[in-house]
Design a protein around this ligand. Structure first.
Ligand code: AHG
Ligand code: MN
Ligand code: MN
Ligand code: MN
Length: 323
């Protein structure tokens, strides 16, 4: 059976030539990142980089390596006006005529790097609407505006999952030819869930609504939900949301009382919006306790947000516990 390559798919689906260059540029650099990850300890690239990023996190060497590779790859593309990254304090200007802005999480799931577990790269492409030179304000657009969003999951196989606003398509990297081949064109999240995904160790710090929602899930058949639920937590949003795109369920990283002003751990522009765009495109819902994440008007590029996403009915149930 012959499978479409990523360039063939983009050409067939009327993606603008400029946007194609951005997606193909990200795909190409992801192959380089996957090769670095595969070498791991042999290349001396595991462990800490010895610096702290703007998020207040200790950077891993691979956070820095992936960030530099993606930044350099995007800066070469005439279609890219500017970029913003989880690992960069400020937005970086690129080409003055570029039509697109790109935000990215170069390596998601950093705590998995040193245990040879799953990590990913997340990207979001926004139209450029401001005037030159590019500034932070230009990036502050609701997730609804995204021209494309996607991620690369570096797992047992390397997968690129993409939406340009017409559903979600999954590609798998053919390691012989270093090309991404289409492997799933009908990604859809069932409305009801049998599985949930949350870091349970933070339970005592959640809102009362989230505490009672999760305890009712755990109560299973004997509790108010009259149904058993399974739980999974990979600790890389990319991998946890990938599972939901493949077999359904609910994922949440809730608001946490330890840092109330941060509103949660996940970043709106590098994590919640792009992953949320994919989930909505697959028929799922993406909310905070207050409303839909893709409608949020961002106030700054590193803003954080509580995230509840996945199976449409289950997300609504979870949000209702907060009322
Ligand atoms: P990053 O590695 O890009 O900083 O993101 C990590 C995020 C996200 O991927 C994941 O869902 C979450 O942090 C894991 O948090 P815990 O450490 O609480 O499990
Ligand atoms: Mn990080
Ligand atoms: Mn991340
Ligand atoms: Mn990251």
């Amino acid at each position: 059976m012959s499978r479409s390559t990523l360039p063939e798919f983009l050409a067939q689906h009327h993606v603008t030539a400029d946007l194609q260059t951005v997606i193909l540029g990200l795909a190409e650099v992801s192959v380089t990142i996957s090769q670095a990850l595969a070498k791991g300890a042999l290349a001396g690239i595991l462990g800490a980089a010895g610096a702290e990023n703007v998020q207040g996190e200790d950077q891993k060497k691979l956070d820095v390596i992936a960030n530099d590779l993606i930044k350099d790859a995007l800066a070469k593309l005439p279609a890219v006006r500017g970029v913003a990254s989880e690992e960069e304090t400020d937005v970086l200007p690129c080409h003055t005529d570029g039509r697109y802005l790109v935000t990215f999480d170069p390596l998601d799931g950093s705590s998995n790097i040193d245990i040879n577990s799953m990590v990913g790269t997340i990207f979001s492409v926004l139209p450029h609407t401001g005037s030159a030179p590019v500034c932070e304000q230009d990036f502050l657009q609701p997730g609804r505006n995204q021209a494309a969003a996607g991620y690369v999951l570096y797992g047992p196989s390397v997968m690129l999952v993409l939406s340009t606003g017409n559903g979600v398509t999954m590609f798998t990297l053919d390691q012989d030819s270093n090309t991404y081949l289409l492997t799933d064109a009908e990604v859809s999240i069932p409305a009801d869930a049998k599985e949930f995904s949350i870091n349970m160790s933070n339970q005592r710090h959640w809102t009362a609504g989230m505490q009672s929602y999760i305890s009712d899930l755990i109560a299973g058949k004997d509790g108010p939900r009259s149904k058993d639920f399974n739980m999974r937590w990979v600790a890389a949003m990319v991998a946890d949301v990938h599972r939901i795109l493949c077999r359904g369920g609910l994922f949440t990283y809730p608001w946490d009382s330890r840092k109330p002003e941060q509103a949660g751990k996940l970043r709106l522009m590098y994590e919640a919006n792009p992953m949320g765009f994919l989930v909505e495109q697959a028929g799922g819902e993406v909310w905070t306790p207050e409303g839909k994440i893709l409608d949020i008007q961002p106030e700054h590029i590193h803003q954080r947000v509580p995230v509840i996403l996945g199976a449409a009915n289950e997300v609504k149930t979870c949000v209702d516990y907060h009322k």
